[in-house]
Design a protein around this ligand. Structure first.
Ligand SMILES: [Ca+2]
Ligand SMILES: [Ca+2]
Length: 131
């Protein structure tokens, strides 16, 4: 009987091992089957597409920032867009460029902007209210 218990445990997903004790602690009647379902659902929600409102917001902001419409945001375009929000120093613009322009080519591509927007949803929502 001891061997069969060990075999069952060895098939558990690493995430399951983390979530299972936590959930069982919170909900005593929680079965392992439910935990597995939850872990799968959690992973899917990370992979799933974004909230349509978030996508619409960031597309709008990207188009607004990309004032010449070439599909990428230069540091000049970023600076001009940020000036419209309030006073910014060239240093602040540079810091933002450094943060968003992950491949360092001096332009924020649509992909880089999307990554940034996904990681900073709260910020994007606030900016979307202004534009
Ligand atoms: Ca541009
Ligand atoms: Ca870039």
């Amino acid at each position: 009987m001891e061997t069969s218990t060990d075999m069952t445990l060895s098939f558990q997903h690493p995430l399951h091992c983390i979530f299972s004790p936590l959930l069982q602690g919170m909900v005593p009647s929680f079965s392992n089957e439910h935990v597995n379902e939850m872990v799968i659902q959690t992973s899917n929600s990370i992979m799933a597409d974004d909230d349509p409102q978030d996508v619409a917001d960031r597309e709008r902001i990207f188009k607004h920032f990309d004032s010449n419409g070439d599909g990428q945001i230069s540091s000049q375009e970023l600076g001009e867009a940020l000036k419209a929000l309030g006073s910014v120093t060239p240093d602040e613009v540079q810091r933002m460029m450094d943060e968003i322009d992950t491949d360092g080519d001096g332009f924020i591509s649509h992909e880089e902007f999307t990554d940034f927007a996904r990681a900073n949803r709260g910020l994007v929502r606030d900016v979307a209210k202004i534009f």
